[in-house]
Design a protein around this ligand. Sequence first.
Ligand SMILES: [Ca+2]
Ligand SMILES: [Ca+2]
Length: 388
Amino acid sequence: MSGAQQAWLVAWALALIPACSHPSSDRPACGTNGECPDGLTCSTQRICELPGSVFIDANIADDARSVPDANIADDARVDAAPSPSAMSCVGPAMTCGASGNDSCCTSLAVPGGTYFRSYDKAADGALADMGWPATIGAFRLDKYEVTVGRFRAFVNAEIGMGTQANPPMAGAGARANIAMSGWDASWNAGLAANTAALTTELRCSSTSSTWTDAAGANENRPMNCITWFEAMAFCAWDGGFLPTEAEWNYAATGGDEQRAYPWSDPAADLTKLDGMHASYFDGINCVGDGMAGCQVTDLVAVGTKPTGDGRWGQSDLAGNVFEWVLDWYAPLYRASCLNCAETTPATYRVHRGGSFLLGAFHLRAGYRDNDSPAFRNVGIGVRCARAP
Ligand SMILES: [Ca+2]
Ligand SMILES: [Ca+2]
């Protein structure tokens, strides 16, 4: 294929991707010397970005590549009831949610249905492509992001849990109807060598990691700084599995209501986004804790902003931490699908929902982001799904 043909093919492929507006105010500007909040890095455009993300925005012209490579300069990176089987809540007190007395492992039913992926009814038309329908079977999705306390139960369950010293069994966390969805032994190499290495790596930030080696003030905050491998291993051990990208999107957008944010009701009302609904970046501050600046307290205790709950009751789907999902990242969705997931190995895994460090558009139910499965960031955690 000639260079001109290749260029045309890339342009054609990019043109198929749902266009998104992505204002620079969604991300903090860099300081004079390139300073950014912990977890973000300064781009060549002097905007604090989530490092490693692959993002394509509405301005295709500045997106020279869809996948970053070693030559950074040419990469477009501008822009219900407690679950009976949740191992992580055997023992810990009922301390989660808006009143601080709910099981941190509450898992809520999501009825099946058909919807359009990365589409919402918001009047701004930013996610207006109805070309990607999907049908989802009934499942359960945990009400809360996985907390530090739950992750601690995992680390302490047996010697070496979630590390190469004690990896998941092959096939763990598999989905009944999705081939290649369980743990693959080749992923063991992606785990930390042992518990000492793991607990060191879990402190991926000097200021905003939520993990502490001894139980402390962060037990009900979302666990961050975990890789996709650790997210997968945790949910499998906990009696669940990672939601698919389509399931996560379905729950966040309220299925056929096609909400812009999980709480948007009526769906076209985009005005309801503030610090009461979510922990996010408002263009000036991380607003989760109501205080100026971005710090670990902006990683709010799960479920403490109930006005931001979704159609089926899940909390913090938008903001606080991005949530790893099962799928490998494919730039284009399949045209339509039934209980689908991208399980063909690629380079990046998908995470969804935006974080305490990033702005409004990242929180939209249809927004997609992705990183290497080995990536750790203060803005990325996980939420588990379960069989209905
Ligand atoms: Ca703050
Ligand atoms: Ca979240």
